[in-house]
Design a protein around this ligand. Structure first.
Ligand SMILES: Nc1ncnc2c1ncn2[C@@H]1O[C@H](COP(=O)(O)OP(=O)(O)O)[C@@H](O)[C@H]1O
Ligand SMILES: [Mg+2]
Length: 176
């Protein structure tokens, strides 16, 4: 079974004369372990598509299945937990919490999920992300690249089955 299945997703923003049809019956699937880059000109619907896959917004029609589960058929409360445990987000603006240190930012999703941090895995992440020397620093004391790596650590700490890196590859030129 594919980890991600996008089935005939359409999204129309607004209604009437000013409505925008951002996605028109998009279909694809991604097996577990595969890396996919979505490339397209500005305004072609990349962010809209990633927002649907991450269950951050609802499609007008169509389905998204993650690990065989129809995410839009879940109640909001169940979806919130499912999203936190199964989908890792790295936002373009990293959205780190300014009052928390590097380490606290990374383990934040674990605390939200009422779990205890896996200390060994945290050390592993700090090591591969080259953040060991910065673990007690605040986001404002970090370079852009370091902040981005904290956001990656936070996206991975709960070992999600799906990680989406929103916006990083946005391009202005058309590539088809
Ligand atoms: N909240 C919104 N309301 C109305 N139109 C929107 C909204 N968000 C995006 N759009 C429109 O939908 C289309 C796709 O946008 P988007 O998914 O952000 O494109 P991309 O990420 O590929 O640049 C664009 O024409 C954009 O203007
Ligand atoms: Mg975009």
């Amino acid at each position: 079974m594919d980890l991600l299945e996008v089935r005939s997703i359409s999204k129309t923003y607004g209604s009437g004369e000013t409505s925008v049809r951002a996605l028109k019956k998009v279909n694809f699937s991604v097996p577990k372990g595969e890396y996919v880059a979505i490339v397209g000109e500005s305004g072609s619907g990349k962010s809209t598509l990633l927002n649907m896959i991450g269950a951050l917004d609802n499609p007008t029609s169509g389905k998204v299945l993650i690990d065989g589960k129809d995410i839009f058929a879940m109640k909001e409360s169940k979806l919130t937990v499912f999203r936190r445990r199964n989908i890792g987000f790295i936002f373009q603006a990293f959205n780190l919490i300014p009052e928390l240190t590097v380490e606290q930012n990374i383990i934040f999703p674990v605390l939200l999920d009422y779990q205890k941090p896996d200390k060994k895995y945290l050390e592993e992440l700090l090591e591969v992300l080259n953040l060991k020397e910065r673990r007690n620093h605040l986001p404002s004391q970090l370079s852009g690249g370091q902040q981005q790596r904290v956001a990656i650590g936070r996206a991975l700490i709960l070992r999600p089955s799906l990680t989406s890196r929103l916006e990083i590859w946005t391009r202005r030129t058309a590539v088809r």
